[in-house]
Design a protein around this ligand. Structure first.
Ligand SMILES: [Zn+2]
Length: 315
């Protein structure tokens, strides 16, 4: 049985990180990285995305990666799907959790998925129908995430009323849960607090438990803390903040898993992750992706003298 933790860190490096860099990581390397992550106590990894291989060649081997990871002990294998076909492929491959990104900004969704809100909602309903037709043990957890919820690079500010309204629509169309996603790195802690509270009260406390944050403007951990204090318990992050743009120093991708784990463990919040081991396996990224930036304050500075992890690893 998986250990009980206070928060769930969902590692998205193999998906969000790798899809944002040009280097193609070989399938076997992805699988061994994910195994190493699970060995550190990471209980959920988003291992890839069932998007068109033409669009994102980095994700072309997602079915093989799922197949290679689905039997790893104490690991939930999550994937991203853009549509119904992607969801079918994900379920066939054996993914346990599927997330569909629903851009609250219609301009963004048209650009990203080439479809309207109405069309994507129809797909969500079809995915729900399909999942419900499966034997219970084969049903994956199906989440729809509210992308660009904190602002859009194309539309600019997104009214909070619209985000709440879309959360209700996603639930009405069959998502088991919604997630909040700062796709663009625009979020600030006050906004995070407000939106988490508003969406929880609109769709139910248990129907919004996760957040996906980027550290684009350096507010990643502040936003994570605000989300935690507002009741969020699942946090997406990527090892080494993988996915940063090499041409914009400091403009890292996702929040850095190592720093996020450090923050929680230092606060007495149990992540279930062995931070020393996690820092140790960064070497793999540094050697496998020598031309891509790998971030993290904690790994650079080292753990404070006498630092004790909150998580207990005698299991
Ligand atoms: Zn992202």
């Amino acid at each position: 049985m998986a250990p009980i933790t206070d928060v769930l860190i969902s590692e998205v490096g193999p998906r969000d990180g790798l899809q944002s860099i040009d280097t193609l990581m070989p399938t076997s390397a992805k699988i061994s990285w994910i195994k190493d992550l699970a060995n550190c106590g990471v209980a959920e990894v988003e291992v890839g995305s069932f998007v068109s291989a033409k669009l994102l060649p980095q994700m072309a081997d997602t079915a093989q990666v799922v197949a290679g990871c689905k039997d790893i002990k104490n690991l939930e294998v999550a994937v991203l799907v853009p549509n119904f076909h992607g969801a079918l492929a994900a379920i066939d491959a054996g993914a346990k959790k599927i997330s569909l990104p629903f851009s609250v900004s219609e301009t963004h969704i048209r650009k990203n998925l080439n479809r309207s809100h109405a069309e994507v909602l129809q797909d969500i309903a079809k995915i729900r129908q399909h999942i419900d037709s499966l034997p219970i043990e084969q049903r994956p957890h199906f989440e729809a995430s509210l992308s660009t919820a904190f602002g859009c690079t194309l539309e600019g500010p997104i009214p909070e009323d619209v985000v709440v309204e879309k959360a209700e629509l996603l639930m009405a169309n069959g998502a088991a849960e919604v997630g909040l996603s700062d796709t663009t790195g625009y979020a600030n802690p006050a906004q995070v607090t407000r939106l988490v509270k508003r969406i929880k009260s609109a769709v139910g406390n248990e129907k919004l438990t996760s957040i996906h944050l980027h550290n684009t403007r350096g507010l990643g951990l502040a936003n994570a803390l605000a989300a935690y204090q507002a009741g969020i318990r699942t946090f997406d992050s990527s090892q080494g903040g993988l996915g940063g743009c090499p041409f914009a120093p400091g403009a890292s991708g996702n929040i850095v898993t190592e720093d996020l784990v450090f923050m929680f463990e230092a606060m007495g919040v149990n992540t279930g992750i062995n931070l020393e081991k996690l820092i140790e396996i960064r070497k793999f990224l540094l050697t496998t992706l020598p031309n891509d930036p790998v971030y993290g304050f904690t790994p650079d500075a080292g753990l404070p003298k006498g630092f004790e992890l909150t998580s207990n690893f005698n299991r």
